[in-house]
Design a protein around this ligand. Structure first.
Ligand code: ZN
Length: 298
């Protein structure tokens, strides 16, 4: 399944994507199947577990869903999960990215966080105050969506806890990142976590470590690699993280970025007002966000 969060009558709704049509899943389920309350938001849907996911699949298999379909081009998409319990991010996790920095290969995952308030949708603007940061950079990343609570999960069972995948841009203020000495502020500015455009469920991606991953700025290719470059792969990350703390349904793991970020280019290149950043992962999709500087904004 491909699942979105869209806005209807000012409220977020869970949608299923069929070609270029967004299906209101809860409403269609009630009309055609019934006997079960399908949650109408992504977070509640993930928390409801496998029964709800099976009901969504049944709904999307109904032959004619046109009364509950709207063209994708005519709806406002939010981040597929606008309000995850937490975002866990991994630094220095692509071998080719580590080499580009002449940095040592880490012997364990480097974990940091982005606050959920940084999340924006696939068509929203990345904004920052130029008085706060002048070194805003891009990082395309494969984002793992947790479906089942995970605590002390061994790697060989890790995929049972994965609901699906989406694309994230781990936007980073490099000046704050390196002057602060740790990364949370630089990574958590409001709007610094574009997420989307949709979630692709785990069953549709046979191996998440074979996917082409790219980032363009104003159409110019900046990052181009493959998720096979990950040093610590998804099962190991889930084992490592869940030994330390509980992963909840709706939590997001950003799995690191390949080389080609602006900070390590020669000369360095940072995002400017009016730039468009486009991130793309094979088998998932593509997402573009416009950049805006805002004098005096927070
Ligand atoms: Zn990152």
């Amino acid at each position: 399944m491909r699942l979105v969060t869209f806005v209807q009558d000012g409220r977020e709704r869970l949608g299923g994507l069929i070609d270029d049509q967004v299906i209101d899943l809860a409403a269609a389920h009630q009309a055609y199947i019934g006997g079960y309350h399908l949650p109408s938001t992504m977070r509640a849907f993930l928390e409801a577990g496998p029964d709800a996911w099976a009901e969504a699949e049944r709904t999307l298999a109904v032959p004619d869903l046109s009364p509950f379909a709207r063209p994708l081009s005519g709806v406002r998409l939010l981040a597929p999960i606008p309000d995850p319990p937490k975002v866990v991010a991994i630094g220095q996790n692509y071998l080719d990215h580590v080499r580009e920095q002449n940095a040592p290969v880490p012997d364990r995952p480097i974990i940091f966080t982005k606050f959920p308030t940084a999340i924006i949708g696939p068509n929203d603007e990345i904004r920052w105050d130029p008085a706060l940061t002048g070194k805003v950079d891009w990082e395309v990343e494969l984002a793992v969506i947790i479906g089942r609570r995970a605590r002390r999960v061994p790697a060989e069972r890790a995929y049972e806890h994965v609901f699906g995948y989406t694309i994230a841009n781990d936007v980073s203020a490099r000046d704050l990142q390196f002057s602060d000495g740790q990364w949370v502020r630089s990574k958590s500015l409001d709007t610094f976590c574009p997420l989307g455009p949709w979630i692709v469920t785990r069953d549709e991606i046979l191996d998440p470590h074979t996917l082409a991953i790219r980032c363009r700025v104003n159409g110019e290719l900046m990052q181009s690699s493959c998720t096979d470059q990950m040093i610590f792969r998804i099962p190991y990350l889930i084992e490592f993280i869940s030994r330390a703390f509980t992963l909840l349904p709706g939590d997001i793991i950003l799995t690191g970025t390949p080389p080609g970020v602006g900070h390590f280019r020669k000369p360095p290149r940072y995002l400017r007002n009016g730039d468009v950043v486009t991130v793309e992962i094979e088998g998932i999709g593509i997402m573009s966000n416009l950049c805006r500087t805002e004098e005096g904004s927070e």
